[in-house]
Ligand binder design. Structure first.
Ligand code: DGY
Length: 323
C-alpha cells in the first residue's frame, strides 16, 4: 500500500524528521521558510497530512479549497489558535495537537520570566553589556522578592499546574487559580491552591500573575486596560500563552505610567512583529517565543505528532484530537 503523503511546514528536530521519512512519503521544508496562504491551498490538494505549527496562519484564506486531499492537520504544538477549526472541521479535516510533552519546559520558561522580571535580570545584562556597570552598591537595580509571594495563575491546565508546582514547592508561593471549569480538589491540593470565581477576583490579590490559558477569539484581550487597572501597582504580569490574550497597547500604557510593577512576555500579538510601544520599556522582559524550546520538548512534540499520524492512518482515533 502507498505510504501517506505528509508535508512538514517548518524544519523539525533531525531525529523526528528521520523517523517521519521512514514512515511516510514526506516533504520536508529544508530552508525553513514560512508558507503563504496560496502555498497551503496548493498543498491541501496534494498531501494526505499537513504538519503545521504556530507560525502557520491556517485561517479561511489558506483553507479555501474544494475537495481537499488533506485529511489531517497534525499540529506541532499544544496551541492551535492559528487554525480555523470550524472551517477545517467543515472540510472533514481532523486536527491534533501535542499536549503534555512541553508542559514542564514551558512552565520552566514562565518561571524564568517571572524571576527575570522580579530581579531585573534583563536590565542588568543590558547595562553590563553596554559597559555601563560602575560596580556593586546597595541601591543598584533593586528588585522584588519572589519567595513567599502570591502567584495568580489564569488557566489551570497542564502548564498552569506545572507552573504552580514550581512556584509553590520551589519558592513557597501561595497559589490562586482561575480556570473556566472547576479544578478537581485533589489537583488544587497538590499545590495548596485556591480556585477563584473570576479573573477580576484574582487580579487584585496577586503579586505575580501568569497566563496559561488558550489564545484565539475567546480570550483576545482578556487582559485589557480595565483588568490591568485591577492589578496591584507593584505586581508583575507574565505571558507564555498567546500574545493576543493581552491588549499590548494597554500594557505599554500600564508600564509607562507605572500602574503595574512590570511584565515579562514570551509571546506577542502578530509575532514576530513586536508592537513598537513595548520595545522601550525597561520594566518589560521579552523573549522570542521560547516556551517549549528545549531539545527534549521539541523532539517529544515531534514524536507525539507521529503517534497521532500513525493512529489516524491506521483508522484509530488519534489521542490528541481536538475537533
Ligand atoms: C505551543 O505549543 O503552542 C507553543 O506555543 C509552541 O511550542
Amino acid at each position: 500500500m502507498a505510504k501517506p503523503r505528509v508535508l512538514v511546514t517548518r524544519r523539525w528536530p533531525a531525529a523526528v524528521e528521520a523517523r517521519l521519512s521512514d514512515l511516510f512519503e514526506v516533504q520536508l521544508n529544508r530552508d525553513d521558510t514560512p508558507m503563504r496562504p496560496e502555498d497551503f491551498r496548493a498543498a491541501m490538494g496534494q498531501y494526505d497530512a499537513i504538519l503545521p505549527t504556530v507560525t502557520d496562519k491556517l485561517g479561511a484564506p489558506s483553507l479555501d479549497i474544494e475537495k481537499p486531499q488533506t485529511r489531517i492537520f497534525a499540529n506541532y504544538g499544544v496551541g492551535f489558535s492559528h487554525i480555523d477549526v470550524e472551517k477545517a472541521s467543515g472540510q472533514g479535516i481532523v486536527i491534533t495537537n501535542t499536549p503534555d510533552v512541553l508542559s514542564e519546559c514551558t512552565a520552566d520558561l514562565a518561571m524564568t520570566l517571572m524571576l527575570m522580571a522580579a530581579r531585573r535580570a534583563g536590565e542588568g545584562e543590558r547595562e553590563l553589556r553596554a559597559g555601563k556597570w560602575t560596580g556593586w552598591r546597595p541601591t543598584h537595580l533593586v528588585g522584588t522578592k519572589v519567595s513567599g509571594k502570591t502567584l495568580g495563575i489564569i488557566g489551570y491546565g497542564r502548564i498552569g499546574q506545572e507552573m504552580a508546582r514550581r512556584a509553590h514547592h520551589g519558592f513557597g508561593m501561595k497559589i490562586l487559580a482561575y480556570n473556566r471549569s472547576p479544578v478537581a480538589p485533589e489537583v488544587l491540593a497538590q499545590c495548596n491552591a485556591t480556585q477563584v470565581a473570576s479573573v477580576d477576583e484574582l487580579l487584585p490579590q496577586c503579586d505575580f500573575v501568569s497566563l496559561h490559558c488558550p489564545g484565539g477569539a475567546a480570550n483576545r484581550h482578556l487582559i485589557d486596560s480595565r483588568r490591568l487597572g485591577l492589578m496591584r501597582p507593584d505586581a508583575y504580569l507574565i505571558n507564555t500563552a498567546r500574545g493576543e490574550v493581552i491588549d499590548e497597547s494597554a500594557l505599554a500604557q500600564a508600564l509607562w505610567f507605572e500602574t503595574i510593577g512590570g511584565a515579562a512576555l514570551d509571546v506577542f500579538d502578530g509575532e514576530p512583529d513586536i508592537n513598537p510601544q513595548l520595545r522601550d520599556s525597561d520594566r518589560l522582559v521579552m523573549l522570542p517565543h521560547l516556551g517549549s524550546a528545549t531539545r527534549e520538548a521539541r523532539e517529544a512534540m515531534g514524536f507525539r505528532v507521529i503517534d497521532n499520524l500513525q493512529d489516524f492512518f491506521a483508522g484509530r482515533e488519534p489521542r490528541d484530537r481536538v475537533n
